[in-house]
Write a protein that binds this ligand. Structure first.
Ligand code: SF4
Length: 720
């Protein structure tokens, strides 16, 4: 028997065919009919079945304890949820609704996201829900909202074959979005005139495959983008007609970018002025200009401005809403976009509504009915939750399918905060989540293939994921755990669902008439067409149906894809895009004599997040069995460090001990640590935390997106 589903790792959202043999054995292969990956899978996707078949780490039963010094004990679902509801009610009564919080994940399905938002924002009355997408995409979200009017990725994968210049900035898609990258490589092979510019302080595999690598100093992306903007203006490569009719803010932008010469910019970035001129020349002469970015821009204390500086290049050249043109933030997680659609961030409501907007609150309150009262101020964001736990302002946290004790910045502080929390619920698949040791209640969740629901990938493509196998033990789908809990809280009338299809149908009604209208999307249609890209309204569905046309009518043939802003009307109040003059100063942690090096962190090719899944697959561990520190040979020599030697990386908040890898893939003054390792080993007892890269990262956040500055921490490295 075979089933079509979607990979549960990155935002590329590759289609997978899962085959189930009679003996129960599962195999996976790429789905040739899926428009996103056309049958290809990367190493992580190809080995997904191992993570399903090895259930040795699975949480099988609800567990709880009355005190953290006691061992967790198996209890019934009713006992676990009754106690959790009793504690939540007591805390809410005594300290108010903002004394509790949910911290969820970009790996949650859309239905799960919707339910948890409805529960806490609508019925508990607090906006204290945030997702780990805060650590990943929130700077892009704010960038899109400020420039285009809404968090809407304007392009689609089909734009790849239409583009002739790719600007990849602060991203390594060769490792982190491999199937998308293969599509770009194939396009370039077939069209050798296509140019790829890679902006990254590290010489990554993406940089190696590029025509031009700009290894800029960390924190200088805006300097570079403004210099490119200046050159585009000076070279006459801007679109005056587009600016005049469709964008505001150009005059202030022009004044801003003229403040620095290209030579000054090159000096600040640590790259050659001729290389900046070359990049501007290619962009200026391109027919299709596609920019792709991820954490190098987003995970920054100036992340929003970095995003704006890049989007500006599209707006001054009018290269948006046309085939092969546009800004394309690559989503890190499989359903980060679906989560944002349902209002998964602490400041948002379903269908890209905002909690601070009274009209938006009123619309959602009216829809949810019952004792609904949405608070008017944004809730605590990811890092703020842990700070509030440490200060005892937040009393209880419920963590769903994410592992903050590896992934949070300044993770030692996050660990202390969780220790101080009065009540911790951990809802997860795996006992390898480092949070389990801090939990008062542990709720076993169903994993990929064990539950149904939907996800939205990086190009706004919604896919249905079927349930293929039963969950082990008493593990339940996350949606069912949430609606059962809502019933225990006394909100039963508004949380009576027979299945996830009902949850999805309720959610889509809330999108009616919005820019993310998916009222035409149902499980039935998703099963028929495999995937549907939003927006897809009930009106569009009916029109197509009446005329006997497939849903792909009026879209790009074959893939059913739709670009946004083809009419150059944006989602801002006046319909015009906004060009922003952004200052180029960085506000990261300063280096000094004690901590003279800049540490940046990131992913490896074959690992995913905190390794609770990929860390169990022997084949994937072969690529990089141990964490390591990449350091430039000149910096190593100055410190007497040999290749392969054990070193201590020291920062203002902690230290890490790993082997040094001497390489000029990092520029002098920079070092790199992979972000995946935590305390949990693949087998055996808990280990020390000295592998955790986030011992060293800082808690600085962008003031608007609240996204942490993971890519820039001051450190020193010494032989150990
Ligand atoms: Fe999965 Fe991403 Fe690899 Fe595709 S590229 S198989 S979605 S991890």
């Amino acid at each position: 028997m075979s089933h079509q589903t979607t990979c549960c790792y990155c935002g590329v959202g590759c289609g997978i065919v899962v085959k189930q043999e009679q003996n129960g054995r599962l195999t996976v292969e790429g789905d040739k009919s899926h428009p996103s990956n056309r049958g290809m899978l990367c190493s992580k996707g190809m080995n997904l079945h191992y993570t399903v078949m090895d259930q040795s780490d699975r949480l099988l039963y609800p567990q709880m304890r009355l005190h953290r010094s006691m061992p967790l004990q198996r209890v019934s679902w009713d006992a676990a949820l009754d106690r959790t509801a009793a504690v939540f009610k007591t805390l809410i009564q005594k300290y108010g609704p903002d004394s509790v919080a949910f911290y969820v994940s970009g790996q949650c399905l859309t239905e799960e996201y919707y339910l948890v938002n409805k529960l806490i924002k609508g019925f508990i009355g607090s906006n204290n829900i945030d997702t780990n997408s805060r650590l990943c995409m929130s700077s892009a979200v704010v960038g899109y909202k400020l420039s285009l009017g809404e968090d809407s990725v304007p392009v689609c994968y089909d734009d790849i074959e239409e583009a002739d210049v790719f600007l990849v900035q602060g991203a390594n898609p060769a490792w982190c979005h491999p199937i998308l990258w293969r599509r770009i490589e194939a396009h370039k092979t077939a069209n050798p005139h296509v140019k790829i510019i890679c902006v990254d302080p590290r010489k990554t595999d993406t940089a190696r495959s590029s025509d031009l690598h700009l290894p800029l100093r960390p924190g200088t992306d805006i300097v570079l983008n403004n210099a490119i903007g200046r050159l585009l203006i000076e070279n006459g490569d801007i679109d005056i007609d587009f600016i005049t009719h469709h964008a505001d803010g150009f005059a202030a932008y022009r004044d801003q970018v003229m403040e620095r010469t290209v030579e000054e910019a090159a000096d600040l970035c640590g790259i050659s002025p001729d290389d900046i001129r070359q990049a501007a020349d290619w962009i200026g002469r391109s027919k299709g200009f596609l920019s792709l970015w991820t954490m190098g821009l987003n995970q920054s204390v100036i992340g929003v401005n970095k995003n704006l500086s890049l989007i500006n290049l599209h707006l001054i050249t009018g290269r948006i809403g046309k085939p092969g043109n546009g800004p394309f933030s690559l989503t890190g997680q499989p359903n980060a976009m679906g989560g944002r659609e349902t209002g998964g961030l602490a400041n948002s409501l379903p269908a890209h509504r905002d909690v601070v907007n009274a009209a938006h609150r009123a619309e959602v309150e009216a829809f949810w009915k019952g004792p609904v009262n949405i608070a008017p101020k944004p809730g605590l964001t990811a890092t703020e939750m842990f700070e509030a736990l440490a200060d005892d302002k937040l009393k209880a946290i419920w963590i769903i399918n994410t592992n903050p004790l590896v992934s949070m910045p300044d993770v030692n502080a996050a660990e202390l905060a969780l220790k101080k929390a009065r009540f911790v619920v951990v809802q997860d698949v795996s006992n390898r989540a480092d949070t389990v040791g801090f939990a008062d209640v542990v709720l076993p969740a169903a994993a990929w293939l064990e539950k149904e629901g939907t996800m939205t990938n990086a190009e706004r493509r919604i896919a249905y994921l079927p349930k293929v196998i039963d969950a082990p033990g008493e593990a339940l789908p996350d949606s069912e755990i949430l609606w059962r809990f809502a019933q225990k809280m006394g909100f039963g009338e508004s949380f009576t669902y027979a299945n996830c299809a009902e949850v999805y149908q309720e959610y889509v009604q809330l999108t009616a008439g919005t820019n993310v209208d998916v009222t035409g999307v149902s499980y039935e249609l998703l099963k028929k067409y495999r995937t549907i890209q939003w927006p897809f309204s009930e009106k569009e569905r009916k029109e197509n149906e009446e005329q006997g046309k497939p849903y792909t009518e009026n879209r790009i043939p074959e893939t059913g894809t739709k670009r946004l802003f083809t009419d150059h009307r944006f989602y801002t109040a006046n319909g015009r895009a906004q060009i922003h003059a952004v200052p180029d100063e960085n506000a990261s942690e300063p280096t000094d004599e004690d901590f003279p090096l800049v540490l940046t962190t990131g992913r490896l090719r074959d690992q995913w997040h905190t390794m609770t899944k990929t860390g169990r697959v022997a084949k994937l561990n072969q690529h990089s069995p141990q964490p390591f520190l990449q350091i430039h040979p000149d910096d190593a020599k100055a410190r007497g460090i040999q290749d392969g030697q054990l070193v201590e990386v020291r920062g203002r908040r902690g230290e890490v001990r790993v082997k040094a890898q001497l390489t000029d893939d990092v520029r002098p003054g920079l070092c790199f640590l992979p972000m995946h390792w935590g305390k949990m080993p693949v087998d055996g007892p808990r280990k020390s935390s000295l592998n955790r890269a986030n011992n060293l990262t800082n808690a600085l956040i962008d003031p608007r997106s609240k996204e942490p500055d993971f890519k820039f921490s001051a450190v020193e490295v010494v032989p150990y």
